[in-house]
Design a protein around this ligand. Structure first.
Ligand code: ATP
Length: 306
């Protein structure tokens, strides 16, 4: 079995000499949700546009569903659905009309049954005869997704799918993306809401200055790079860290009423138990304690600024 997307030694230099992608290597397996994260200008859209055949590559090799995107352009493109960042639909057309027309553009024979399923899955069935211009922004976004799914692609790209979408619709879209994955579609999403990647993705790729700096399973990434903090509210304030704790990553805040212990997610048990034992031995009492964990956002910000 081959991966659904395979990118090898991909480089892109734009006409003005700017190198937007540098030796990108990436494989995305069938049926996974892959989140591509990166600051503005990192090269996310350039990479997606190359895979989708909208921008030409400078060197390297890219395959989509096994088809070389240059040599077998049509087959490669047929295997892909793209939901672009910007909403662009024909306002006077009906929902049914525009989605059916999209399917035709990929040379697929009409399939009212498939179009009906897509519209029902996206809660657009009741709106099928409405003109696009009469729909809300969120509904228009659903229409963009319906268009991208009209030709039954194996791979779906979502470029900032929930930008400017309210919380409820965002939840709906996440559920919809999960359903699509269950039906075997491979999903690649770019997002500025890191919370979204944390919630949805199986794997995370981080791109910075045109280079992939990390690809990792989300859970492994969070346990590997995540930091945890234990905060203890003390009965009596401390003026300074007791000598016994000097070697540990502890600090004081809240006028000495709070002791903070930072540790790696991985060796949590040993460290916390030892610290609490040591506090008992020294005779430091606490009223309350709680732990917090760094989010994917904290990890991402650290990675990008490193
Ligand atoms: P954003 O999060 O802002 O959408 P991005 O990660 O998608 O950013 P790209 O749009 O791929 O980034 O842009 C990557 C770099 O390539 C940027 O520095 C951009 O200015 C540059 N770039 C993009 N398109 C062109 C072009 N047609 N000609 C020259 N440079 C370009």
């Amino acid at each position: 079995m081959h991966p659904d997307i395979s990118v090898k030694h991909l480089n892109k230099t734009y006409g003005d000499g700017f190198q937007a992608l540098k030796d990108i290597n990436l494989e995305i397996e069938s049926g996974e949700i892959f989140a591509l994260l990166g600051p503005n200008g990192a090269g996310k859209t350039t990479l997606i546009s190359i895979i989708c055949g909208i921008v030409n590559l400078s060197s390297g090799e890219v395959r989509a569903a096994g088809h070389d995107i240059v040599r077998d352009y049509r087959q490669a493109r047929q295997s892909i659905g793209l939901v672009p960042q910007e909403l662009s639909t024909d306002s006077f057309e009906t929902v049914w009309g525009t989605v059916s027309f999209s399917r035709g553009l990929f040379g697929k024979p009409p399939s009212p049954g498939h179009i009906e399923k897509v519209l029902r899955d996206l809660s657009l069935w009741d709106k099928r005869d409405n003109r696009i211009m009469s729909l809300s922004g969120g509904m228009k976004r659903r229409v963009m997704i319906a268009k991208a799914l009209s030709h039954e692609p194996q791979i779906l790209f979502l470029d900032e799918p929930t930008a400017g979408v309210d919380v409820e619709l965002r939840r709906d879209m996440w559920n919809m993306v999960r359903k699509l994955r269950e039906s075997g579609v491979t999903i690649i999403l770019t997002t500025h809401y890191i919370e979204e990647a944390e919630e949805m993705a199986d794997r995370i790729g981080v791109i910075r200055d045109g280079e992939i700096i990390l690809v990792e399973e989300k859970n492994r990434l969070m346990s590997k790079l995540g930091k945890k903090e234990l905060r203890l509210q003390l009965q009596e304030p401390l003026e300074q860290i007791p000598g016994e704790l000097a070697l540990d990553p502890v600090s004081l805040s809240g006028d000495g009423y709070e002791l903070i212990y930072a540790f790696d997610s991985q060796d949590e048990k040993a460290g916390v138990a030892r610290l609490l034992r040591m506090l008992g031995d020294i005779g430091i009492e606490y009223r309350d304690l709680h732990t917090s964990e760094s989010s994917l956002e904290d990890i991402f910000v650290n990675l990008v600024h490193e």
